[in-house]
Design a protein around this ligand. Structure first.
Ligand code: AMP
Ligand code: MG
Length: 468
């Protein structure tokens, strides 16, 4: 087959990337091909084509592999040059229904942005990205998608020898807050404007030709990101590295490193081994949303108004609105999780009081079981506060709440102990546990017995590593 490539980024934004081919995988072996996604994209590849094209063993006709430049604040400190150090954007695919998606390889070799890295990826972290992103997609949260994982046949070195793999992922685009920062930090305002115009045309086309397209653009990114983080919070998702280079302009979840899902409710939950200050802890994510968007706003200020003072005022007014915007999105998410229909002035208090009553009860199961006190109670060490709260919820939720809870709250999430088990087995050559877990998280509203429960207490505190 031929892939319908149309590579606007490479064509329209010279100077924002470097052209470089992926490494040729020595012995590509297709471990996973996401057929439903491939079909949606109009990619009718054979397994042989997929193994070659999606590993870098062969460049598909029409592709124009590039590494994109970007910068980013990592844990608050600015790195002026990051960029695709182990990823190659093959190009943009036009779907049969006219949508445009980036097709990118990750783990496909060194680029001029690699700095000290080897440009490679181990199988485990690539499969983690598949599990997490497929789950988010299945619950309706915007995210990049995993199209395929190909074992390269190489051994790569982290703390030990590991099988190498390439992930093929699909994204609305790979424009990041950090992409804007790269050019802003160099004082290249013309390139920031070119990026903004490109992003507006690609992601926010209704803004084209309006009076204030760049202010509208900032508003639109704020809106999508506020909704996204609220949705993450709803499913207990902790990204782990909300650096500005890992925040997409499209509003999709992107770059799944040490991410994991909170099990027992604990606002300070951190899984990443390197996040010692808890900057990206569960409950800190909404604040980081505002911080990151302020970095985006900075890059756009010169585009907002010829008068610098007025431009800054315009940007600040937007930034001041983020917390309220987030709170609105969060309340909408929580209303759904609580099975509430319509809006009531008491909903915010009802939500806050539930959080105060939760103790360390399992985040996922609590919402699912609100309608069934007998199964809810064992989740709590102390049920006293819940006993007072439940009648208030019942009065507000009314008829049909049980069905609404089941429709809004996933029963299956990627549970940490099961993710670990699956990735360990896959690394040792057994893909079966991974396949079973993947299929369960792809149908998260189906309560499959084997995937419902949190880790047994012996599992201990979960730590994730950036060791990609
Ligand atoms: P990430 O942690 O995936 O957001 O990556 C942060 C930066 O490190 C990006 O510029 C990546 O391209 C780069 N990077 C991560 N892992 C590697 C690697 N193994 N080789 C080269 N660059 C890497
Ligand atoms: Mg990244």
């Amino acid at each position: 087959m031929t892939i319908a490539f149309d590579n606007t980024y490479a064509r329209d934004l010279p100077g924002t990337y470097l052209r470089i081919a992926p490494d040729v995988a020595p012995a590509p072996r297709l471990l996973l091909l996401n057929r439903p996604l491939a079909d949606r994209l109009g990619l009718d590849m054979t397994d042989t084509e997929a193994a070659a094209w999606l590993s870098g063993a062969a460049v598909p006709p029409g592709a124009d592999p590039i590494a994109q430049a970007y910068a980013g604040h990592q844990f608050g400190g600015f790195s002026p040059q990051l960029g695709d150090g182990r990823a190659h954007l093959l190009g943009e695919v036009l779907t049969p229904d006219g949508q445009r998606f980036d097709l990118q390889l990750k783990g496909s070799g060194k680029t001029p942005f690699s700095r000290g890295g080897d440009g490679k990826a181990a199988l485990g972290p690539m499969l983690r990205e598949v599990l997490i992103s497929e789950f988010l997609a299945a619950v309706g949260i915007p995210t990049t998608r995993a199209l395929a994982v190909v074992a390269t046949g190489e051994t790569i070195w982290r703390e030990r020898a590991l099988p190498g793999a390439v992930l093929a992922r699909v994204a609305a685009s790979h424009l990041r807050v950090g992409t804007f920062q790269f050019f802003w930090a160099r004082g290249d305002q013309a390139q920031v404007k070119a990026l903004a115009d490109y992003a507006i045309a690609r992601h926010y086309p209704t803004l084209v030709g309006t009076d204030q397209p760049y202010l509208g653009f900032l508003d639109a990114v704020i809106e999508r990101q506020a909704r996204l983080i609220a949705q993450w919070m709803g499913v207990g998702f902790i990204h782990g590295v909300m650096n500005t280079d890992n925040m997409a302009i499209s509003g999709e979840s992107i770059d799944f490193g040490p991410c994991a899902f909170m099990e027992g409710y604990a606002p300070g939950t951190v899984f990443s081994s390197i996040d010692r200050q808890g900057r990206y802890a569960y409950a800190n994510q909404p604040a980081i949303l505002g911080w990151n968007l302020a970095r985006l706003a900075e890059t756009l200020v010169p585009l907002l108004d010829p008068d610098p003072d007025r431009a800054v005022d315009l940007a600040n007014a937007r930034l001041e609105g983020i917390a309220g915007r987030y709170r609105t999105e969060w309340l909408a998410v929580m209303r759904r999780k609580l099975g509430l229909v319509g809006e009531d002035a008491g909903d915010a208090a009802l939500t806050d009081d539930l959080l105060a009553a939760m103790g360390g009860a399992d985040w996922t199961l609590t919402f699912l079981r609100l309608g069934d006190e007998a199964s809810l109670r064992p989740l709590f060490d102390d049920f006293t506060a819940m006993r007072a709260w439940l009648p208030r919820w019942r009065a507000r939720a009314g008829e049909g709440a049980a069905q609404r809870l089941a429709a809004a709250n996933p029963a299956v999430i990627p549970r940490n102990h099961q993710v670990e088990e699956a990735l360990t087995a896959a690394t040792d050559g057994d893909m079966a546990p991974f396949q079973a877990l993947l299929s369960a998280v792809q149908q998260p509203f189906v309560p499959q017995e084997a995937f419902l429960l949190p880790a047994p207490t012996g599992f201990g505190a979960y730590v994730t590593y950036c060791g990609t």
